[in-house]
Design a protein around this ligand. Structure first.
Ligand code: SAM
Length: 433
């Protein structure tokens, strides 16, 4: 396909997402199925245009002075794909598959226009209703913090220390310029994709098949690390889902003690069995949602609640979600978070810890849920996680996480701009002994 065809395809897919409210991954997949002639390079170029357009559609519209999809896609081609406006106009000349784009003068003006004269939500590339919430939680740098949620993300991997070590995996992934993560001691990073490139499919690598590493954002790795599980402990992963954190906990516990993996949704839990096998985890017992967990009540050293949430911290990877999020959906998540905290708390033994994690940065889903939980359930106190972060994770200079005061303790919030990770919130609560 020539450039014109790729741009037209991106516009068609974005229109499909907008009019039929379809998730981006599904819309791209369906387009690929009905356009089998498109090669893998075409698909990755089109995918990048679609994702970049979704990430920055408000600021692009402002700078292009048009919110038409063809203007947004032209902006993505110029900025994210690094195409010069004149070269773009020339490349489309005489291409019958090319869409009609803004004229060359408009596209050239786009490059020199910024968002300094626009409302904060435009520069932040978020819906208006979320702006006050972002400002409340991120402070005076909130626009830059939010805008970093629209950057292209890196591909992060977690080394499975049950089967390998970081040096060995780095060596195996040398062709992809993999480097050690700055914060996670078991993290490896492959830089964000450039222009119309794509990330390697690391899951076909021999190392992945042998269970040496998993795909997991560095923030998610840190959340599991901050749970401070140790060999020999009894742990309940109450919202285990496909097991991303379960696997990390199992490695941190060196396959000793016991992890009970539970989720209310059998379908979400299903992939965990294969993943555990590949990773060589032998200390995990997976519980069917119908299983009675009464025997675990008051007996767990650590209960991890990786709560269902809006996922605002993962918008770099799922940019369509930010435009779909509604106040109603947020309210629903808050109710689920309260319910899941209440259910999970009863498994914590006296002196044990309840670890609350979300991949959201909204105060309502984070600090406010803990503050609402404490009066409902006497005997829990918020720990100082900032201190654990410094001892478990940080050895370098500078602030790499937000310290969030919560009821006399400190929780942590990670963001792409401050921490270089997806957005995460972690708070640990100790039950009185
Ligand atoms: C953020 S996801 C978990 C991701 C997983 N821990 C990982 O690291 O891959 C949240 C999970 O909570 C589950 N969930 C929602 N409500 C629940 C409840 N009341 N009890 C248990 N699990 C619940 C959802 O099915 C979903 O799998």
């Amino acid at each position: 396909m020539r450039l014109g065809g790729r741009l037209s395809a991106a516009i068609e897919i974005l229109s499909d997402i907008e009019t039929r409210h379809r998730p981006v991954a599904q819309a791209l997949k369906d387009w690929g199925t009905s356009h089998r002639f498109a090669g893998s390079k075409d698909r990755s170029a089109i995918g990048n245009l679609v994702y970049d357009a979704l990430r920055r559609k408000r600021s692009y519209a402002h700078r292009m002075e048009s919110d038409e999809l063809n203007a947004i896609v032209a902006a993505a081609a110029i900025e994210a794909m690094g195409l010069d406006p004149q070269a773009l106009a020339d490349a489309l000349e005489g291409d019958k598959f090319a869409p009609e784009l803004p004229d060359a003068a408009r596209m050239a003006a786009f490059l020199h226009k910024d968002v300094s004269d626009a409302p904060g939500a435009v520069g932040a590339d978020i819906p208006d209703w979320l702006a006050p919430k972002f400002e409340a939680v991120l402070g005076e740098n909130w626009v830059a913090e939010a805008a970093a949620l629209s950057d292209r993300p890196p591909l992060d991997l977690r080394v499975n220390t049950l089967k390998s070590d970081r040096e060995k995996v780095l060596e195996a992934l040398k062709p992809f310029d993999a480097t050690a993560c700055e914060l996670s001691p078991v993290g490896i990073r492959i830089a964000p994709i450039e222009a119309d490139g794509r990330h390697p499919n690391v899951q076909i690598e021999a190392g992945f098949q042998k269970g040496w590493f998993e795909v997991q954002d560095e923030g998610s790795q840190l959340a599991a690390l901050l749970a401070s599980t140790a060999p020999g402990m009894q742990v309940l992963d109450y919202c285990a889902g496909a097991g991303g954190k379960t696997l990390a906990l199992s490695a941190a516990m060196e396959n000793s003690g016991q992890i009970h993996a539970h989720d209310s949704d059998r379908q979400r839990l299903a992939p965990i069995y294969d993943r555990l096998k590949r990773a060589g985890c032998r200390n995990v017992q997976v519980h069917d949602p119908r299983d009675d967990l009464a025997g675990l009540e008051g007996a767990m050293d650590v209960v991890l609640v990786d709560a269902p949430c809006t996922g605002t911290g993962t918008w770099r990877r799922r940019p369509d979600a930010k435009w779909r999020l509604s106040e109603g959906a947020l309210e629903k998540r808050l109710a689920e978070q309260d319910a899941v905290l209440d259910e999970a708390a009863r498994y914590v033994k006296p002196g044990g810890r309840l670890v609350y994690v979300t991949c959201s940065i909204l105060g309502e889903e984070n600090r406010e849920r803990i503050e609402a939980f404490l009066p409902r359930r006497a005997g829990f106190g918020v720990e100082n996680l900032a201190a654990s972060f410094e001892t478990l994770v940080r050895q370098g200079e500078g602030t790499r996480a937000f310290h969030v005061p919560v009821a006399g303790g400190t929780a942590l919030m990670l963001t792409p701009l401050t921490s270089g990770t997806d957005g995460f919130f972690v708070s640990t609560l100790r039950r009185a002994g």
